[in-house]
Write a protein that binds this ligand. Structure first.
Ligand code: GLA
Length: 355
């Protein structure tokens, strides 16, 4: 009898603590906030793309990056125009700051974004009038200078970003116009020559909504594998709307995993205001719907083979830092942290999805 009474008392105590209060009436968190973090709770790397100015000047922003992430990407600081503004000028200041931040705050992995893209190009590239061989040399020199500079410090690169249209045809970017369809393969070879240990990704958006694009990317990867072109993973941006179907999300993740290469959900954000409603406010119902979608993405990703889980990166840290409201021209709250870096329901849903 004594034992039963003892067991009941213990049970009552445990359940009152779970609710966040102790017998004395003082509130205690179930898990102290400082003990929880995405990097501790998830069985794969979790990171964010960061803005270097905010990292330098906003302590709360930097604290979230330090505490929560074990992988980090530069939002803009490693793009072509930022690193290589003139033909013979490289500007490493911001990228170096990021690499140093990653190294001195718990040896975070740095993912490089991005070597070759049709955007963020300086005018000396877009106005270049030399012949095809000279343009090839620009591409090769840029890739090899950047990859060599960060050899041993940047673990992986988005070698080429967004080379396909949603229809599945190759985007007629300046690179393709000047260098032909096979420029993508050569970018991977150049990057691999500069750092044979770097993990090389092809990165793009639309895997979740365009089967034509997804198929074109998968076919390119298979072709690269057959030809011995060094490619190691698929980056799926996943800038998505909360109304995206679970079926489409799992089709995209599983198709990328079926290549046998690594999968990086590389730019995740889940927007709530795709209809661009002006004056919309963030409600509990919206937070719940968004949390469920984040949870589904994480759960589905976590189910692929462990060796293929390169990780998940959100595109920036808190809602106020996101590119989405500016792009939509309307309010939105696409990230797991709010404007003052408080954890949203999406945050807890990410953690619960791997339990
Ligand atoms: C694309 C690019 C990123 C970033 C986002 C949002 O997804 O890959 O570098 O520019 O758009 O702006």
């Amino acid at each position: 009898m004594k034992r039963i009474i003892y067991a009941i008392v213990v049970l009552l105590l445990v359940s009152s603590c779970k609710k966040g209060s102790k017998p004395g009436g003082t509130t205690v968190p179930v898990i102290p906030a400082s003990d929880t973090s995405l990097q501790k709770m998830l069985p794969f790397k979790f990171g964010g793309a960061v803005n270097i100015n905010l990292l330098r000047t906003n302590t709360k922003y930097a604290d979230v990056a330090k505490h929560e992430y074990n992988s980090i990407t530069a939002e803009n600081a490693m793009k072509f125009g930022a690193l290589h503004p003139q033909e013979n000028t490289y500007n490493w200041t911001d990228a170096d700051y990021l690499v140093n931040f990653a190294q001195t705050n718990g040896a975070k992995r740095v993912h490089g974004h991005t070597l070759i893209w049709h955007q963020s190009l300086p005018s000396w590239v877009t106005n270049y009038s030399g012949d095809s061989a000279a343009f090839e040399n620009i591409m090769k020199t840029h890739i090899q200078t950047v990859v060599t500079r960060f050899k041993g410090k940047v673990t992986s690169w988005d070698v080429v970003n967004e080379a396909f249209e949603d229809s599945g045809v190759l985007r007629n970017s300046i690179w393709r116009q000047k260098l032909g369809d096979d420029y993508i393969a050569r970018c991977f070879q150049y990057a691999n020559q500069a750092d044979p240990d770097a993990i090389l990704f092809y990165n793009d958006y639309g895997h979740e909504y365009s089967s034509a694009k997804r198929t074109a990317i998968t076919n390119m990867i298979t072709d690269f594998k057959n030809r011995g072109i060094p490619i190691h993973g698929t980056g799926m941006q996943f800038h998505m709307t909360v109304t995206q179907s679970d079926a489409n999300i799992s089709t995209a993740i599983n198709a990328a995993a079926a290549t046998g290469l690594k999968v990086h959900i590389a730019e995740l954000d889940i927007r709530l205001n795709n209809d661009k409603v002006q004056g919309l406010t963030f409600t509990t119902a919206m937070a719940t719907q968004q949390a469920a979608k984040y949870g589904y993405v994480v759960k589905t990703f976590n189910a692929i083979p462990a060796a293929q889980k390169y990780g998940i990166t959100t595109w920036n840290v808190g809602d106020a830092d996101s590119w989405v409201p500016g792009w939509l021209g309307a309010p939105d709250w696409p990230l797991p942290f709010d404007a003052v870096y408080k954890r949203k329901p999406a945050y807890y849903s990410i953690i619960n999805a791997v339990k």
